[in-house]
Design a protein around this ligand. Structure first.
Ligand code: FEO
Length: 393
């Protein structure tokens, strides 16, 4: 375990080898489940726990610190990667109470069957004194569940926001020591977990701006001892203004769509538009999610399979629809052999995207000259739309 400030310890677990979260999200760099122990002299508080698979690591860390009693287990968020070892902690420390908000309490009872009498509920702004250190609770709802909250450690000016500002990054560096690596991991985390809640994040950023924060200690990844780095990154990611970028996820079965994609990428490049091209047969969906953070336009490329889009394309559409990116425009390019409803079915898969749909380009079989002309027309239209947004400079 490591010390952030005197009597404030990291006691969580590093999960170097985990490669999938929620059986969905790739973790190329592993992750960590950060729990923090605060010894205030009179009372001891544990902020969050760890994934239940790492409960013994947490217990070992507490034993190595010589912690014989825990008075409070603060639960910021009911998801099991942070709450999953609370039952073990309550068993090992029978006088410990779970401190959380009423909504999180209900979720912890549902998810972990914690007894009602083990809880102390607090409200937004409530303070608990540990003696020489004071916990102030700050509701930060919807980052990324409805019950999420953080704790501000008043005397040390550390903000513990749980998932908010986190990164899936296994490292034994307590603090950020490589901003480029952490930026990438934190952006991936934002894209996969936080992006659907941009509006709530903006409100929460506004809410915490008056706290005098010296460190941000999230529940995944390293601690930010220069918090402006991650706060400014979040401000950019949540801003409504997209970048002069086209995201182009596609599948090609017999090279027709591939020829269209190749031509279209050249057409966009000639017009000064950045392209992020992803072959959905092999794409890391985390990379795709990251590209969704900034792109002004999404162009989906698909062949027609049994009258509809390729299943990998349908999966990408469902994902993008769930993540609700800030893109303003979308279109479809693709091919068919004898007919189908590929375009209609793709449109039906993305109702959450608040985009203007630009005229699709669909070739019969291998693309011909008129299909390439139509791709030039689509590239022109995208450039004109991006100019209207004033993002082409
Ligand atoms: Fe890291 Fe929402 O749990």
């Amino acid at each position: 375990m490591r010390q952030l400030k005197p009597k404030v310890y990291m006691v969580g677990a590093i999960d170097w080898d985990r490669r999938l979260f929620d059986q969905l999200i790739p973790l190329p760099d592993g992750t960590s489940y950060n729990a923090y122990l605060i010894d205030g002299g009179e009372k001891i508080a544990l902020l969050d726990t760890v994934d239940p698979t790492k409960a013994m690591v947490l217990m070992d860390n507490l034993i190595k610190l010589g912690i014989n009693k825990v008075d409070y287990v603060v639960s910021h968020h009911a998801e099991q990667d942070h709450s999953g070892a609370i039952p073990e902690i309550l068993m090992f420390y029978p006088d410990a109470k779970v401190v959380t908000n009423p909504k999180c309490k209900g979720m912890l009872i549902d998810l972990l069957h914690i007894e009602e009498d083990r809880f102390i509920t607090i409200e937004d702004g409530h303070r608990i004194s540990l003696g020489g250190k004071t916990l102030q609770f700050v509701y930060i709802p919807w980052v990324h569940w409805p019950e999420t909250m953080g704790t501000y450690l008043v005397e040390d000016r550390i903000f513990f926001p749980c998932d908010f500002f986190g990164s899936h990054l296994a490292t034994n560096s307590l603090f950020v020591d490589d901003e480029a690596t952490v930026y990438e991991a934190a952006k991936r985390y934002y894209a996969e977990i936080m992006m659907p809640f941009r509006t709530n994040i903006a409100k929460n950023l506004e809410k915490i701006k008056d706290l005098d924060i010296d460190m941000i200690a999230p529940s995944h990844g390293p601690v930010y001892d220069k918090p402006g780095f991650i706060v400014n990154a979040y401000k950019g990611w949540i801003s409504d203004q997209p970048k002069n970028e086209v995201l182009l996820p596609y599948i090609s079965m017999h090279h027709s769509v591939a020829k269209m994609v190749e031509y279209f990428v050249d057409a966009l490049t000639e017009r000064g538009i950045k392209v992020r091209q992803f072959d959905l047969a092999v794409t890391d969906i985390g990379k795709l999610a990251m590209a969704l953070v900034d792109a002004a336009t999404i162009v989906i490329g698909s062949p027609t399979v049994l009258t509809g889009p390729h299943p990998n394309v349908a999966y990408a559409c469902v994902l993008a629809n769930a993540l609700r990116p800030k893109a303003k425009f979308a279109s479809i390019i693709g091919s068919y052999a004898w007919g189908g409803r590929m375009v209609e079915q793709i449109k039906e898969l993305i109702p959450n995207l608040k985009v203007q749909l630009l005229e699709p380009v669909i070739a019969k079989g291998l693309p011909r000259d008129d299909d390439f002309t139509a791709l030039d027309r689509l590239a022109d239209e995208i450039l004109a739309k991006h100019k209207e947004l004033k993002i082409t400079e």
